[in-house]
Design a protein around this ligand. Structure first.
Ligand SMILES: [Mn+2]
Length: 267
């Protein structure tokens, strides 16, 4: 099977000079894979801001949604992981686009290989301030209250928030990047220790494009070669892939039935 993985498109973000162009690029990418893809995994922060009300949804993204609908109607499986920007997908997008929404992580077996996937903002040690905000954003009560405020107030507020929280630079500082990479690495090693059958860990969120190998360890630095893969061989390693973003890298991973490759979509 052929599967595509991408994250952090941040469509609609205030720091795009030309939002229509950003949307067009994604649409043209999706169009270019429509005859090849069996599945597309969107690993979060696909939209920079989205809030579904019960009877009303925000404007925009028409071409993007249309293309997703077309691919989904063709029988391509589309899985959308909730990020820290597109938290508030409820039942409209899944129903309308036929997509599967995942909040948290998912382990998926593809051609006999195990893929662990998540956006990545909830992984490992989190800064206290980030944890508080994450809790508020995800609280059902806060969502109910927020839904009661007219979108005339909430949408401009959300855009200002996004602008401020990104500090006009969509890329993390060196220090933040190092901290987040260390987080992802130690979380993956720990998870691999408890679930040695995982072959690939895929993350978004960091806006970095990284790929590295981790070994199964017992937490004390000892190698731990207990797991067997489908061929009955001992398996000692897994790969971690951080998917980059679509602000300047336009990066994605593709599984071709046999191996995983990182590519960039440059028109
Ligand atoms: Mn994110």
């Amino acid at each position: 099977m052929r599967a595509y993985f991408l994250s952090d498109l941040h469509l609609g973000a205030p720091y795009f000079k030309d939002n229509k162009a950003a949307e067009r690029r994604v649409v043209s990418f999706l169009d270019s894979i429509k005859d090849k893809a069996d599945a597309i995994f969107l690993l979060g922060d696909i939209l920079d801001y989205w809030y579904e009300y019960r009877y009303v949804v925000p404007r925009g993204f028409v071409r993007f949604f249309g293309k997703l609908a077309e691919l989904s109607d063709r029988g391509i499986r589309i899985v959308w992981f909730i990020g820290n920007h597109d938290i508030w997908i409820f039942d409209y997008l899944p129903t309308e686009l036929g997509i599967e929404v995942v909040d948290g992580y998912k382990v998926e077996e593809i051609d006999g290989h195990k893929f662990f996937m998540t956006h990545g903002d909830g992984v490992g040690k989190l800064k206290f301030s980030f944890k508080v905000i994450r809790g508020l954003f995800r609280s059902k009560i806060c969502q109910k209250l927020f839904s009661g405020i007219h979108p005339r107030w909430t949408v401009p507020f959300a855009y200002r928030w996004s602008d401020h929280s990104r500090n006009e630079s969509p890329l993390p500082s060196r220090e933040d990047a190092d901290r987040m990479m260390a987080n992802i690495g130690s979380f993956s090693r720990q998870y691999l220790h408890d679930h040695p059958d995982i072959d690939y860990f895929l993350y978004g969120h960091l806006h970095l494009l990284e790929r590295f190998t981790i070994e199964v360890e017992d937490g004390k630095g000892e190698k731990w070669v207990k797991a067997e893969n489908n061929n009955g061989e001992n398996k000692e390693k897994a790969e971690v892939i951080v998917l980059g973003e679509w602000l300047s890298k336009f990066s994605y991973a593709v599984w071709d039935g046999d191996s995983l490759e990182i590519k960039r979509y440059l028109e």
